[in-house]
Design a protein around this ligand. Structure first.
Ligand code: FAD
Length: 292
């Protein structure tokens, strides 16, 4: 279990990292927490010719709460978010999801941005990025770009990133005031990647009707899926069990997962619907209270 040969580079700043990625060619890869890249290199599933280690770039090591949302730099670890009570108090879906990522050791080292760049279809952060309308801020040899999360994920482990580009920051939008949110998943064992997961944000109007709903799923397709039909079906309705179940059934009907070694497609489709119903019911029960 040894990686193929590679050269190692440790830039001290963002500009230097981008310059290195630009000159080292398409086979160079940034290294953040190494919790996905290093195992893949050891198994020879990834054979980068060069590693550009981001860990010495202090300017990327931050997360902060802004009025509009949570901003995370490329070296923000899962655990930084998990241990920040102010973040958890502002978004229950994040509080639900982050402890489900691997184990503490993995969360201590792995980064939010690394997870988004890696784009595992079953991972929590990509799904949260779609749920919370995140914006991915990228810098590269040809300048900076801002990519909505809904356009960033192109396929399993495939993103809109171009050769030499680095994600410097991701901005997640807080749910609107008065919203409730939740994230639920099913994994075979604690710490395993989920078979499927679902997140929901529900915003209630003055009469208790659903003013806005947002639903996203992980593990039921090659990319995180936003369930737009279910969101539309809920809008204007009283968010009772019947409405949540109907929306979840519509989601299950629309899913097109494939069979794999972990579960048959039919199971995953049904699980997706069940998880959406649970996420919606929990989000509704939290709406109007803190955390959202
Ligand atoms: C046993 C185990 C269990 C796990 N369970 C889960 C789980 O349940 N849920 C889950 O979501 N994850 C899980 N993970 C993965 C973990 O969350 C990783 O932290 C995450 O997927 C990648 O983050 P990283 O910082 O380690 O990235 P790295 O491994 O350093 O990099 C991953 C990929 O992203 C690229 N990359 C990293 N940073 C950037 C950047 N700023 N710009 C552009 N590209 C970049 C790298 O080049 C590489 O291709 C698990 C890992 C292990 C080992």
């Amino acid at each position: 279990m040894k990686p193929a040969p590679f050269t190692y580079h440790a830039p001290a700043g963002i500009a230097e990292a981008i310059a290195l990625l630009g000159t080292l060619g398409d086979e160079a890869r940034p290294l953040a927490g190494g919790q996905s890249l290093v195992p893949m290199m050891n198994l020879r599933l990834a054979r980068p010719s060069a590693i550009v280690d981001l860990n010495g770039i202090g300017d990327l090591d931050y997360h902060r709460i802004e009025t509009e949302g949570l901003v995370v730099g490329a070296l923000c670890r899962h655990r930084d978010v998990e241990l920040d009570g102010d973040v958890l108090a502002r978004c229950a879906a994040v509080a639900d999801a982050v402890p489900l990522i691997g184990h503490v050791g993995i969360r201590n080292r792995g980064t939010v941005v690394g997870s988004i760049a890696h784009a595992d279809p079953a991972a929590e952060w990509p799904c949260l990025a779609v749920l919370l309308d995140a914006e991915i801020r990228v810098e590269g040899p040809h300048g900076a770009r801002r990519i909505p999360a809904t356009e960033f994920f192109r396929g399993a482990f495939a993103t809109d990133l171009r050769p030499g580009e680095l994600i410097v920051e991701v901005r997640f939008a807080w749910p609107p005031a008065g919203s409730g949110s939740a994230f639920v998943e099913v994994a075979r064992r604690h710490g395993d990647f989920a078979l499927a997961g679902a997140g929901a944000v529900v915003t209630l109007g003055l009469e208790g009707e659903v003013r806005e709903a947002r639903v996203a799923l992980a593990g039921v397709g090659p990319v995180p899926i936003r369930a737009i039909a279910a969101e539309a079906a809920l809008r204007g309705r009283r968010p009772d069990r019947e409405a949540c179940a109907a929306a979840a059934a519509a989601v299950a009907e629309s899913l097109r997962p494939t069979d794999d070694v972990h579960a048959p497609a039919a199971y995953r489709r049904r699980l997706g619907g069940t998880l959406v119903r649970r996420a919606l019911e929990t989000a509704v029960s939290r709406a109007g209270r803190r955390p959202s």
